[in-house]
Design a protein around this ligand. Structure first.
Ligand code: G3H
Length: 496
């Protein structure tokens, strides 16, 4: 009862240039991912403005005016005042917790526990960013003398940021771009994800109250109708996007002066787990369950392919599959549930295609429940033996299907990682220090994070979050993101 949606939320205002303007135009309905009936039937949760070029350009003008070639109120504001704005925002944001958590469950099907975690992690992220921003400024406020030159180094804003976040963390990941961009003095144009858009509504008033005119502008609508004109205007200085590389490339292509455009991108990954013969199997299995299937595998850091040494493959596969079959599917607020409906309506059919392709090329579904599906969910299929010709090996599934390969020689997964277009993280399960130590030296040159005896993940948020090759451009995290959204400038003098 507590988690039911009682009122439809029609978002009939939009935030541009410090004002919540009345929306008079067409709207788009927002449907739920889950339904309260046993048979899936989507519920209308509300609606959002269907915006176009006019509003996109309005946002561009507002953000550009707020920056005003670096002379505007926001980029020139004193550090202490900018901090006050952010503190005001986070204080008001905290009051929206129950509403935002409810939308996280209904819009994207995230479990209650994970939705609460997403909200709390975001609040903590903002507070930690404020602290890190204070520290960055206190450290840079000193003169240092080098070769007769006194220099005072500081971090200065870069300009207008277009910020687009993903549906799997519509609050937390989006804010891991938006908050550092904003606190560094850059005005932001933000387009919420398609799924996970109504959850921004409870925050609009807090945004409006906390930041000066034009510092934050929020657009609704389809990417090609609103993000494209923003890029085409040539007034975007940083494209900050977490999502897929296709959209990132399309948006970059629309910018008339790519040399001027900076990028902060979190893109696809295909993180492998390598399970060595001497690994603690209980630990490896439980970490791989969480790693592959938490939030139904819809995480960029999810383990998307498992390499198990051939000497333990039979036992690993049996015990892993049994554990998968014991996972509970249900509504996000139900106790013990870890598998939930999928927000993308074509995802079950896509996962089924991957399963069919793999089984037609020699893999088997090795868990009893694998592939069972209804309209908006598909039970995770564990596939073995997978080979490199299969789509499930090549594509980032971003959903509930687990490909397993066996290997004889450690060089096999290493070669595959070297050939891969991705390079975010890896999980390595083993015990023997003599085997592990040289492996780590190789792995850190293939990815940006090596997880020993644990699944892949982004947190703790103070650690740099990035990737090699097609997986990322720039680095996020509490400390690094502040650097990604600013330029190091300095005042030099030869006076004593
Ligand atoms: O979707 C990618 C996220 O950054 C994953 O974050 O490892 O905290 O789930 P997480």
């Amino acid at each position: 009862e507590e988690y039911q949606i009682k009122d439809i939320l029609n978002q009939d205002t939009y935030l541009v240039n410090g004002e919540l303007k009345k929306w008079e135009g067409q709207t788009t309905a927002v449907f739920s991912t889950i339904s309260s009936t046993a048979e899936y039937s989507p519920t209308i949760l509300g609606s959002i403005p269907f915006m176009g070029e006019k509003e996109a350009l309005e946002a561009v003008e507002a953000a550009s005016a707020a920056f005003d070639h670096g002379q505007g109120l926001w980029p020139t504001m004193k550090v202490v005042d900018r901090i006050k704005c952010m503190q005001k925002f986070v204080k008001q944001m905290k009051e929206t917790r129950s509403e935002v958590v409810k939308f996280l469950m209904w819009e994207i099907g995230k479990s209650l526990g994970d939705s609460e975690k997403e909200f709390d992690r975001t609040v903590e992220y903002i507070n930690d960013t404020i602290d890190s921003y204070k520290e960055l400024n206190s450290r840079s406020a000193h003169f240092s003398k080098v070769q007769g030159v006194n220099a005072m180094v500081r971090r200065s804003p870069l300009g207008v940021v277009l910020c687009l976040g993903p549906y799997n963390y519509p609050l937390n990941e989006t804010f891991s771009l938006l908050i550092p961009a904003l606190i560094m003095g850059n005005p932001v144009i933000f387009k919420p994800a398609k799924h996970g858009v109504l959850l921004i509504s409870p925050l609009l008033e807090a945004f409006r109250n906390s930041f000066p005119k034009g510092a934050i502008n929020i657009l609704y609508g389809r990417g090609r109708e609103v993000a494209a004109p923003v890029m085409k205007s040539g007034k975007v200085d940083i494209l900050a996007l977490i999502g897929n590389s296709k959209s990132a490339i399309a948006l970059q292509d629309q910018h008339p002066n790519k040399n001027r455009l900076r990028l902060v991108l979190g893109l696809e990954a295909k993180n492998p787990a390598i399970i060595l013969p001497e690994a603690d199997l209980d630990l490896a299995i439980s970490e791989c369950i969480a790693g592959t299937l938490s939030f139904n595998g819809q995480r960029c850091t999810a383990l998307k392919v498992l390499y198990v040494h051939e000497s333990i493959a039979e036992e690993f596969n049996k015990r892993f599959s049994e554990k998968v079959d014991n996972l509970l599917f249900g509504n996000p607020w139900e106790k013990g549930v870890s598998l939930t409906p999928l927000p993308e309506k074509d995802k079950p059919a896509y996962i089924q295609e991957l399963i069919d392709d793999a089984t037609s090329k020699g893999a088997q579904i090795i868990n009893a429940k694998g592939g069972q599906h209804s309209d908006n969910y598909i039970f995770p299929a564990v596939l073995f033996p997978v080979n490199k010709e299969m789509r499930v090996y090549k594509e980032e599934q971003f959903g509930p299907v687990v490909p397993i390969l066996s290997f004889k020689d450690i060089q096999e997964p290493l070669n595959d990682m070297a050939e891969s277009n991705y390079g975010q993280q890896v999980s390595l399960f083993g015990k023997d220090a003599k085997t592990i130590a040289p492996l780590i030296d190789s792995l850190v040159n293939l990815v940006s994070r090596v997880n020993l005896n644990s699944s892949c993940q982004r947190g703790p948020d103070v650690f740099p979050f990035t990737g090699r090759k097609d997986s990322a451009v720039g680095t996020l995290s509490i400390h690094d993101a502040l650097r990604s959204f600013s330029i190091r400038t300095f005042v030099a003098s030869k006076d004593n």
